[in-house]
Design a protein around this ligand. Structure first.
Ligand code: AMP
Ligand code: MG
Length: 343
């Protein structure tokens, strides 16, 4: 199968992609978080193609993407006041809510769970396509399962060339880290996966916001099935260090002892300046020290870059797990198989 990248889409391009989705084929779509691998979320065979193209475990449910809050009505049993308040506050945006599903939603979309995950992306071209498609679009990240998520159309092409007919190219994703996933109850929300909408942002709308215990205690079974799998892993082994700049540099020197290189370094400008000349290091500077948004934006991109350059070791600077830093460190923990050192 030839894979076509469509950039600067015209209205008729979007109509073609909408028809492709409706007819049960896959289209990779841009969102503000990462690129998604889209399929008609009411069509079981179309969703089977997602699992086949990604090699995704079949119990890992999909997020259904909609162009606006109204579009979820037929997909859920009812929209509680809490759910409506979250939708009003955060949609369009990087918040996925799970609600009890209606009979219209196939079990294939939910991995057999009674709740369906729903999101309205803050990306105008994506929402335009969703509107034209007229069906909810199931879309997990458009990577091969377990690998770093794609944040450009070229990253998607790298993974999906020959597996899907179309990639809609809308440049680089603005956030670069997947959505926050929350389970919505009448009186509380439970964060199943941290993301762009933080705990304190949610607390401004709903009084009780707690983390799924599996996010705190690894031995507990997560409510979001996807959280139990290996995720985001680069080819090289990876270590993450969080601390004062001088301590991070010290730790990098220790960890790289004996490695011939090349070694991929994901660092802030400040730490880059402190590292000095070491020809084994290939540095990717993400931005200012401690800037979680900048680090999140560049994280997957840098891992894919290091893969392409066949580095043997990755040393990455982390951030304190506060605010958006919780989401970034969650991805760094998983990508590095928990090789995270707090100095
Ligand atoms: P991805 O599509 O790759 O961003 O992954 C979607 C995430 O949402 C995974 O961690 C899923 O396990 C989670 N998810 C999707 N649907 C549900 C649901 N009904 N209940 C709990 N978690 C869900
Ligand atoms: Mg994913």
């Amino acid at each position: 199968m030839d894979t076509r990248i469509i950039s600067n889409p015209s209205g008729s391009d979007l109509d073609l992609l909408a028809e492709t989705l409706r007819s049960g084929e896959l289209v990779a779509i841009p969102t503000e978080t990462v690129y998604g691998l889209g399929a008609n979320g009411l069509d079981v065979e179309a969703m089977d193609k997602i699992y086949a193209a990604k090699g995704r475990p079949s119990d890992n449910p999909l997020i259904l993407h909609v162009p606006d809050g109204e579009s979820i009505r037929p997909l859920v049993q009812n929209i509680s006041a809490t759910a409506q308040a979250l939708i009003d506050a955060f949609w369009p945006g990087p918040l996925t809510i799970t609600l009890p599903k209606s009979d219209l939603v196939p079990d294939r979309a939910t991995g057999g769970l009674s709740r369906v995950a729903l999101r309205c992306p803050d990306h105008s071209i994506c929402r335009d396509l969703l509107k034209r498609a007229g069906v909810p679009v199931a879309a997990p990240s458009a990577n091969i399962s377990g690998r770093p998520s794609p944040t450009t159309a070229q990253d998607v092409y790298h993974y999906m060339n020959g597996r899907i007919p179309y990639i809609l190219d809308a440049g680089s994703c603005t956030i670069g880290v997947e959505s926050t996933v929350v389970e919505v109850h009448d009186d509380k929300v439970i964060i199943l996966r941290p993301g762009g909408i933080t705990q304190s942002m949610l607390e401004d709308v709903v009084p009780t916001v707690i983390y799924d215990t599996a996010l705190i205690n690894e031995s507990t079974k997560p409510k979001a099935p996807g959280m139990k799998y290996t995720h985001y892993a680069p080819d090289a082994s990876m270590y993450v260090v969080v601390g004062k700049p001088s301590d991070v540099v010290e730790a990098f020197k220790e960890l790289s002892k004996g490695y011939k290189g090349p070694i991929g370094c994901l660092v802030s400008y400040e730490i880059h300046a402190l590292i000095g000349m070491d020809e084994r290091f290939q540095c990717h500077c993400f931005g200012p020290y401690g800037d979680a948004l900048a680090l999140g934006h560049d994280f997957y991109k840098s891992l894919l870059h290091f893969n392409a350059n066949h580095v043997t070791l990755i040393l990455a600077e982390g951030v304190e797990p506060h605010g958006f830093g919780v989401a970034v460190m969650n991805r760094m923990e998983k990508a590095s198989s928990h090789h995270v050192i707090y100095k």
